[in-house]
Design a protein around this ligand. Structure first.
Ligand SMILES: Nc1ncnc2c1ncn2[C@@H]1O[C@H](COP(=O)(O)OP(=O)(O)OP(=O)(O)O)[C@@H](O)[C@H]1O
Ligand SMILES: [Mg+2]
Length: 267
């Protein structure tokens, strides 16, 4: 459904955030991207909807072909919804108002200046119902809890009637119980509506619970790609580096412990 062919991304400052990558994401799968901070997860997700332009290679989508020109990009983005860590809701708008912005991709630029139609409103209300927030439809977004705000973020994505949802750490700012509830909701809706999802997460346990496929990224390269059942401790070490003593996942230290201590002692 969406393919990266030899895609690499080097940012203007010279950071090669994604090394040459070939990967195909299949329709209907719930794929989780794992990797330490700075590994390139957001860069990969953003290149999948054209927010980041590949430095080399091309992204080819089932809906729009090679997403290069404006027309192809529009077609592709219409079918591709984003869910962000910080929700990116408009605080002074109601939950309903925010959800209705998911309909904007279906209207031409001039049309978006006018109030959306009753049909769009009905779709938005249906989507709020799906995420259990119909009662809160008229509440201001900035008065909702973090979990409720992210449910509005999911409703807004659904209002777009997408074939693909790209979610960049959608539960990172939620407490563990709420994170599990929100991810369960996203997963179940994607499954029942046959929406493909590519979701970056920092919680390995959540990835193991929900993913059909896990893609592990380290320093801009895919170092693991397979079903969650195949993900072993060894793979996790390849993705995150060694386990620290308290069990936290840490990136490998650039200096061996003794050299680091020596450097500190010399400061
Ligand atoms: N706009 C940018 N300009 C320059 N460098 C960037 C930009 N965005 C990201 N980078 C760099 O690219 C690399 C990959 O960043 P990216 O945001 O894709 O990582 P990530 O895996 O999403 O990390 P995190 O888990 O912290 O969100 C990092 O070294 C980062 O500093
Ligand atoms: Mg990121």
């Amino acid at each position: 459904m969406i393919e990266l062919h030899d895609v690499s991304v080097t940012y203007p400052g010279g950071v090669e955030a994604l090394k040459s990558t070939d990967i195909t994401f299949e329709a209907g799968q719930f794929t989780v991207l794992l990797g330490p901070s700075g590994a390139g997860k957001s860069t990969l997700l953003r290149s999948l909807n054209g927010l980041v332009r590949p430095t080399t290679g091309k992204v080819v989508s089932a809906f729009a072909g090679h997403i290069a020109g404006r027309r192809a990009m529009r077609q592709h983005r219409r079918r591709t919804a984003m869910v962000f860590q910080q929700h990116q809701l408009i605080g002074r708008l109601s939950a309903l108002g925010n959800t209705m912005t998911g309909r904007l991709a279906y209207h031409s630029t001039w049309r978006t200046l006018l109030p959306l139609s009753a049909a769009d409103r009905r779709i938005a209300l249906e989507c709020l119902d799906r995420v259990g927030l119909l009662d809160g439809a008229l509440r201001r977004a900035d008065q909702l809890s973090g979990g409720q705000q992210q449910r509005v973020g999911i409703a807004r994505a659904l209002a777009q009637r997408p074939s693909l949802i790209l979610a960049d750490e959608p539960v990172a700012s939620l407490d563990p119980a709420t994170a599990t509830r929100v991810l369960t909701l996203l997963h179940d809706i994607c499954r029942s509506d046959n929406i493909s999802a590519i979701v970056s997460l920092h919680q390995v346990q959540l990835a193991k619970s929900f993913a059909d496929r896990i893609v592990g990224i380290a320093a801009g390269s895919v170092v693991f790609d397979g079903p969650k059942e195949r993900l072993t401790e060894r793979h996790l070490e390849q993705i995150y580096g060694r386990l620290s003593d308290d069990g936290d996942r840490t990136a490998p230290s650039p200096l061996p412990a003794t050299a680091g201590a020596l450097a500190l002692a010399m400061e």
